[in-house]
Design a protein around this ligand. Structure first.
Ligand code: ATP
Ligand code: MN
Length: 177
């Protein structure tokens, strides 16, 4: 083989290696993009806390930012306003305070793990607030529990997780109870 031919072979091998490397990097980057900004809706139930543990593990998969979302069900608030007495409405303040504490402890845990964190609290219908947050935040992934506070044995999925799975734009990671 002549020297210049050797040269040609060497160059094309190098090009091939470079191009394979480029493709692999691209695939990895695309994969990591899916985990980049995680929306984690929580009702603080056992199953949601199990999902939260998975959120933390996504750091090594390329997750950088987490949006924590808690939705105070507007329909419950309306029902309370209509049927419950004043005492109950006054205790709403304590309840909001407790929610804030729960959220800030999750926020701290995530920050300790090196995530950028944003917290959202909405008074809405849970599934619509989750879909709205997905859109507004540009979340690349939603991590949710299969069930929540009700955790009814016969249900395959809770009503919130079912609607989110059906209607979300991006992938949804459903953590089983
Ligand atoms: P259901 O509410 O239909 O009686 P459930 O309580 O067992 O059933 P879901 O409410 O669907 O189940 O909960 C599934 C997941 O959805 C939870 O693990 C949590 O991640 C999320 N979620 C539920 N409710 C809320 C909420 N109010 N705010 C934020 N996230 C929520
Ligand atoms: Mn629920």
């Amino acid at each position: 083989m002549r020297d210049d031919e050797m040269g040609t072979i060497k160059i094309s091998t190098k090009n091939l290696t470079t191009s394979i490397q480029y493709e692999t990097d691209n695939i990895r980057k695309e994969g990591m993009k899916m985990f980049k900004k995680v929306l984690h809706p929580t009702d603080f139930s056992d199953v949601a806390m199990k999902a939260f543990a998975f959120v933390k593990q996504l750091k090594s998969a390329g997750a950088e930012e987490v949006v924590l979302l808690h939705v105070i069900d507007k329909r419950h608030l309306d029902a309370v306003k209509t049927y419950a007495g004043r005492d109950f409405m006054e205790s709403k303040g304590d309840w909001k305070e407790k929610t804030k504490q729960q959220l800030s402890s999750l926020e701290d845990e995530l920050k300790e793990s090196g995530f950028k964190v944003k917290v959202r609290v909405e008074e809405e219908i849970p599934f619509s607030a989750i879909l709205k947050a997905e859109e507004e935040e540009g979340a690349s992934l939603i991590v949710i529990g299969s069930h929540g506070k009700s955790n009814i044995r016969e249900m395959l999925l809770g009503s919130v997780s079912e609607k989110v799975v059906r209607k979300a734009k991006n992938p949804v990671l459903v953590v089983r109870r």
